[in-house]
Design a protein around this ligand. Sequence first.
Ligand SMILES: [Fe+2]
Length: 452
Amino acid sequence: MSDIEHEHILKNINAALKNRKLYPAGHPAITTAANRAVQFSMAAFKTKSNFIIALVNDALVFEADIIADSETMYPDIIKYMAEKAVNAIIIEKGVSENEMTAFFDILAGPAVTGQELQKTLHAKGIVHMTLKSVQMGKKNMLAIYNGARETVKNVMQEIRMGKLPKSESVSAAVDDITESVLSDQNAVIGLTMIKNYDNYLYNHCVNVSIMSLSLGKALNLDKDELHAVGVAALLHDIGKTGVSEDIIRKPGGLSSEEWEKLKEHPQLGSNIIHRMEKMVDLVARLVFEHHIRYDHSGYPQTTSTLHPFSQILTICDAYDALTTLRVYQKPHSPVEAVKIMNNLSGKHFNPDTLKRFINMIGVYPVGTIVRLSSGELAIVMKVNPDATFSPFVKIVCDSEGANITDPVDTDLAAEDARGRTIISAVNPATVSINLADFFEKEASQKEVITQH
Ligand SMILES: [Fe+2]
């Protein structure tokens, strides 16, 4: 979204709020501004499903951008947000002019705060706008990723030492990842390209959590369901603490005895979660079921019906495993991984959930290295919902193979891409591009508004 769009949205919201004090509800001065705010939001929703307007230290922040001079430019938004103790307004795709107008009535209306304010929103039928009135902070997206990895590491170390981990740190890590996904899903999916060989297990858990939260969001899970899915994904392999490292890291095939031991990890993991405080049953169930396939092959053996959300974990787990270098496997490119998984649709994977997953990550998923018709190499940065074969990319190598030091975003569907098209996906092992470094750098420049 461009700065101009930010400006138009904020300008019209501010005008509507200002006019709400001067004129009665339903006056054209209010409805026209509301209508414009909705129209300009539509442009933003071409590339994302929601955006956040936050109040941080008396200044407005639109997504991660601090708005300069917001106190003089948009005094009414700031005034009403401060008055109602609202830290953030989240506007979702599908918002209507009626919702927007009703929202202005509430914000400019009598003083109610916190839960009451949110209840009033629901009572008025406003479903595409959410208010947050919690202590908020800003965190760097890379710091959130690394923090989540440390959390998993600590949890697993505690279990190995015979302690029962607390669930608070896990819950906070999932909240932060959720905020990252809501703030910039493409950037955070880019981070799943971090496949540190030595830290494999911990990175893998974070990656599966990021993708499961993204898929859960695409499947319209409610807040509590989404949280449970995120926690289960982050902890799905904690049962591996009960399996010796030698078996987990063993190159080549496992003996049948070792294999039987490894297959215990879903049960072991769900036992641990059952004993942890403040864990809902759904988390333990999803962990128990994460290796049971759609056709009930896999393990542990069961004849009972699977929870519909366990396929979220199964699919994201498989995708991250396929795209990772393992002792027994070369990494597949994201495009190859999707192909392999598609062939297992209806067998290992629920066809509907898999379809939603593939729609979410796109034909050329974020992190795919592609060769362009110009001979250049590019990295996919963002799925283009309107043109799945022409994503947003960064061109990182020119046609001679020389690295481009400061690559810029190119929308392959736009005119300034000068007709460049994708010729093929390139296997990352065949080129000297370090995807993990690349996405770490990208994420280190992104701020996320968090609740902690
Ligand atoms: Fe597992």
